[in-house]
Ligand binder design. Sequence first.
Ligand code: SAH
Ligand code: SF4
Length: 392
Amino acid sequence: MAMTDPRPGISSLSTDELTAWFAARGEPAYRARQVLTAMWATSATRATELTTLPRALAAEMDRAFRWSTVDDETIVASDAGQTEKALHRLSDGATIESVLMHYPATAGRRARHTLCISSQAGCAVGCPFCATGELGFTRDLETAEILDQVRSANRRLRAGERITNVVFMGMGEPLLNLDRVLETVAALNDPARLGLGARHITVSTSGVVPGIRRLTALGPQFTLAISIHAARDALRDVLVPLNRRWPVAEVVDAARDHARATGRRVSYEVTMIGGVNDTEADAEALADLLRGDLAHVNLIPMNPVAHTPWRASPMPVIERFAAHIRAAGIPVTIRRNRGVEIGAACGQLAAERAGGPPAPTVARRRERLEAASARALRGERSEEPVPAGVEA
Ligand code: SAH
Ligand code: SF4
């Protein structure tokens, strides 16, 4: 593994800390603002490229801090340039991904540039349909490493454009790295940086109940999305192994309290897997669970991931599922898969780079999954343990 760069990322400094760094060198407070503007609004790659800073001071900054903690190793475009996936390399060699999605302006709505970012390298939760789950857990990201994904994407936009929405739906479970995620959100909110309002930030979780409760206590910070995938415990135990620790009813209770306390609608995500979680019984169970709640359901056809026996549900099945949810009075949206051909589901690019496991391992894993989901569909609870390392 590469040597870790000991210099902190400049993005990890709050405005006060940056101001203090300059003050300690006898420099005025406006220097911090100059640097923040350059960090977020220019394509500079180091402080010494800034013409606004005295040369010796800029050189000292570059010795003390990394201008960016993420290297853009590969950028792949798809959907006629509307989707852009970035593979970033970190200073210790770990790789993470972010996905930039452009939505053109429509009548009455401005163009949006939504960035999906990672909060961890890998993930300990291990959902079997997810390429990141497949990779396992490497480590939590530093605040600067999360923020620098946003700066990297912002730099790649055209002049006059900026990131309008940030979603924590890349690699990792954000509520298992919550302190850093909260620092990131505060920095994104800061008018001296991106100035992104809380309404434009979504945090997605596979159901870390203590994390959801902590968010509720903090008040409205952003939109909460719950990766529900199945309303029945037996099936959810298989699809989201965290369910063995915090069962679906506890997750929805916590999300419901969050909606009540903040007055904000909770999004529930369902990755639609053909013949697994897309039956009428599943739709009924989800409708019963959420009836009367301040909720919105998103149905997302599963992106094909290597090493699983599964494929997306056919569109007519997804439409029938949606009709059940709608009939219960719950708003529902079917999401079009963005960037399927570049593997834009979280972690797919990194998983391909890592190289898949050998064929016999894949075959065994497929058999195990088939057997586990068949048992789950008969209503039998899993006896597999809770994944290691998921205590919040
Ligand atoms: N760990 C968090 C956030 C990152 S995953 C969570 O699970 O919510 C972001 C979203 O991508 C989740 O809703 C997840 O279920 C979904 N996802 C993962 N793999 C997918 C795939 N192969 N196809 C479609 N969606 C997928
Ligand atoms: Fe982790 Fe989310 Fe992938 Fe599950 S879906 S393995 S929680 S990143």
